[in-house]
Ligand binder design. Structure first.
Ligand code: QAP
Ligand code: CO
Length: 168
């Protein structure tokens, strides 16, 4: 088990479109375990493989208070069940310290593979629906800051670049 390095905005590697997982193997499960370690250590509620510089369509989520509801989605496909949008102040481990309001469909259906490579489909709403859509965006090279004004995005970029320079 290991805590992996999380890429931060505006790192261009976060813009990579991830490829489907061809086969769920022991190596995939090792990556999943390391991603949970990384997410719980942060702490966060969701992490996409793209954020740890692995460009495979795989993400982990745990929105429970006690870190006891780990969920894995491999090659997730979403269908919007209800076009009604809900707003939420989203954050991101790749954009630390910044939160902005984003609107997304409230009710979705997802089909994905679990950590055993078995396909499942479930209907999702609430925070899980928001988080899942946020994480799938990462797999497509998108970030929540892409939904806010260019001015706000630029301000966040400048502040993070400054903190990266100070860390270096
Ligand atoms: C994505 O985000 C998400 O700024 C998961 O300093 C967030 O786990 C989906 C975090 C909100 C839906 C709603 C952010 C930790 C964690 C920070 C996270 C920070 C430390 C974010
Ligand atoms: Co994120």
């Amino acid at each position: 088990m290991a805590v992996l390095n999380i890429l931060e905005f505006p790192d261009p590697r976060l813009r990579t479109v991830a490829r489907e997982v061809a086969q769920v193997t022991e190596q995939t499960r090792k990556l999943i375990d390391d991603m949970f370690d990384t997410m719980y250590a942060a702490p966060g509620i969701g992490l996409a493989a793209s954020q740890v510089d692995v460009h495979q369509r795989l993400l982990v989520i745990d929105i429970s208070e006690d870190h006891n509801d780990p969920m894995v989605f491999i090659n997730p496909k979403v269908t919007v069940l209800d076009p009604e949008l809900g707003e939420y102040d989203e954050g991101c481990l790749s954009v630390p310290g910044f939160y902005e309001t984003v609107n997304r469909p409230r009710r979705i259906s997802v089909t994905a593979l679990d950590r055993d490579g078995k396909e499942f489909t479930r209907e999702i709403d609430g925070l899980l629906a928001i988080c899942l859509q946020h994480e799938i965006d990462h797999l497509d090279g998108k970030l929540f800051v892409d939904y806010i004004s260019p001015l706000k995005r630029q301000r966040i970029r400048k502040k993070l670049e400054k903190s990266h320079r100070q860390r270096a």
